[in-house]
Write a protein that binds this ligand. Structure first.
Ligand code: ASP
Length: 348
């Protein structure tokens, strides 16, 4: 009797140790991956010199790899998304943080958001002018405030309270973006003369933008996906204009039951078509793949509506898709299954 009890105790301990070892091994082998974008838009292939391409691709790789390294250490997809986006915010090449586009009045107004697919917590900021890292502020709004979105002065005040780095608005200046503003204003003036209507003139500008918003989506070893997006918006936008990037469901969405998405493109369309959440909802309710859901929304729904741009998306199985309907989208991805990619045009 005693020996049977001893044997069964031994077997229970041995099998629970085996289970523990298996679980540890499974989590060591759990897939993790990241995808990032540096904006979609009219990217002119003839102006893409080898030197320029190298500069973009190495910035994309640096951002992607720093997020990937965080995931490899077993840290959260949220930490990886923030790290990757901050590298792109600090690069003058992209329209987020330093290098953000100008409003019609010659200032910079920045938008950003982040969403965690496990908790469905989200944080967003819009129209901030002096916060060095809008994505860091979006994360603080998510974690340290009782709100989801803060705008303008209130957001700046919260950033100061949280001790986040602040800069003069001129910190975001770059000559390339200033030249784009001057070009856009010249075009606007000519079109306004021709069409006798400022709003109609503004519409003709849309497809000429090099957008350049940045974003990241990631899956960590624990199976959680996160999405984040940061942008200066659109060149020559009216002051106070808010795009899709800080709108949860439009420019950013994450849900462990479906997918995580970060968008870039003509924000007004992404808001009206609720692009990021629509992709995840199609996947969840129609039972279709991430790739199929994203393709329908970007290459069918948005194309028919006239909205140009693209998205990056990931699901909890580590599938990544990066469709766009514009001429190019700066993008990169890396997965623990060995896949990695960096490219700009469709045939890259
Ligand atoms: N979606 C951004 C906006 O409309 C622009 C971009 O993606 O570059 O503000």
């Amino acid at each position: 009797m005693k020996s049977t009890l001893l044997l069964s105790t031994f077997l229970t301990i041995a099998s629970s140790q085996l289970l523990f070892a298996e679980q540890a091994q499974a989590s060591d082998e759990a897939i993790f991956a990241i995808a990032i974008h540096g904006g979609a838009g009219t990217i002119d292939r003839s102006k893409m010199t080898a030197e320029k391409r190298l500069a973009y691709e190495s910035a994309l790789k640096q951002a992607r790899d720093s997020g990937y390294a965080i995931l490899a250490q077993g840290k959260s997809s949220q930490a990886a998304v923030i790290a990757a986006i901050q590298i792109l915010e600090n690069s003058p090449l992209f329209n987020a943080g330093k290098g953000a586009v100008y409003t019609f009045d010659g200032e910079h107004e920045l938008d950003a958001s982040i969403m965690n697919g496990k908790t469905l917590n989200a944080g967003a900021v819009s129209g901030v002018k002096t916060v060095k890292s809008p994505i860091a502020l979006a994360e603080s709004v998510m974690e340290k405030s009782v709100h989801v979105m803060l705008s303008g002065e209130g957001a700046e005040d919260f950033a100061r309270q949280q001790g986040l780095a602040s800069v003069e608005n001129s910190y975001f200046d770059t000559d390339a973006r200033y030249q784009s503003l001057l070009k856009a204003k010249k075009k606007l003036a000519e079109k306004e003369k021709e069409l006798k209507d400022f709003q109609a003139a503004h519409k003709t500008l849309n497809n000429e933008y090099k957008y350049g918003t940045v974003g990241a989506v990631a899956l960590d070893k624990s199976g959680t996906i996160t999405a984040g997006t940061s942008t200066g918006g659109m060149t020559a936008k009216r002051f106070g204009r808010i795009g899709d990037a800080p709108i949860i469901g439009a420019g950013t969405y994450a849900n462990n039951d479906s997918c995580a998405v970060s968008a870039t493109g003509h924000g007004e369309y992404f808001i009206r078509y609720h692009v990021a959440a629509d992709i995840c909802a199609r996947m969840q309710y129609q039972g279709i793949s991430l790739e199929k859901a994203a393709d329908v929304v970007i290459n069918d729904v948005l194309v028919k509506a006239g909205g140009s741009g693209g998205i990056i998306a990931i699901d909890t199985a580590g599938n990544i898709t990066m469709p766009f309907n514009s001429t190019g989208m700066y993008r990169a991805s890396k997965s623990s299954n060995g896949d990695e990619f960096v490219g700009i045009f469709k045939d890259d």
